[in-house]
Design a protein around this ligand. Structure first.
Ligand code: THU
Length: 129
């Protein structure tokens, strides 16, 4: 049975409310589904030293990995500021690192509907040692 990605997106929406984004005012939330079936959410966290900012996707992924997860199956991304909030290049590379045998699904919302794409749509020929 296909996973209920709507619930993953709802967790990403919840997480976007925790965004610390006083500089860009661009809130983002993300939620990852891991190989063990657990969900980890994250938000973007900005800093006065702008380069220290972390995106919502990497926040969620690092939370998962720091809890022992090694495989990511799906990532939902949401911003109240933008229809279809796509991951930045750095987050695509970090997602790719934790792709296992199953290609990661990347879920965004477009005009209220879920849009499900694949990792390779965002990062073809990804680099991994
Ligand atoms: N941001 C994310 O958290 N995820 C994305 O996919 C795009 C960008 C954040 C970083 C920064 O805090 C703000 O959005 C504007 O770039």
């Amino acid at each position: 049975m296909e996973y209920d990605y709507k619930s993953l997106m709802n967790k990403a929406k919840e997480a976007s409310k925790m965004s610390y984004s006083p500089f860009s005012k661009f809130a983002v939330g993300a939620c990852v589904l891991t190989g063990s079936g657990k969900l980890y959410s994250g938000c973007n966290i900005e800093n006065s030293s702008f380069g220290m900012t972390i995106c919502a996707e990497r926040c969620a992924i690092f939370k998962a990995v720091s809890e022992g997860e090694k495989e990511i199956l799906a990532v939902a991304i949401y911003s109240p500021n933008e229809d279809d909030c796509y991951p930045c290049g750095a987050c695509r590379q970090v997602m790719f690192e934790f792709q296992g045998d199953n290609e990661i699904k990347i879920i965004t919302e477009h005009k209220g509907e879920l849009d499900i794409k694949l990792m390779s749509d965002f990062l073809p020929f990804g680099f991994k040692i």
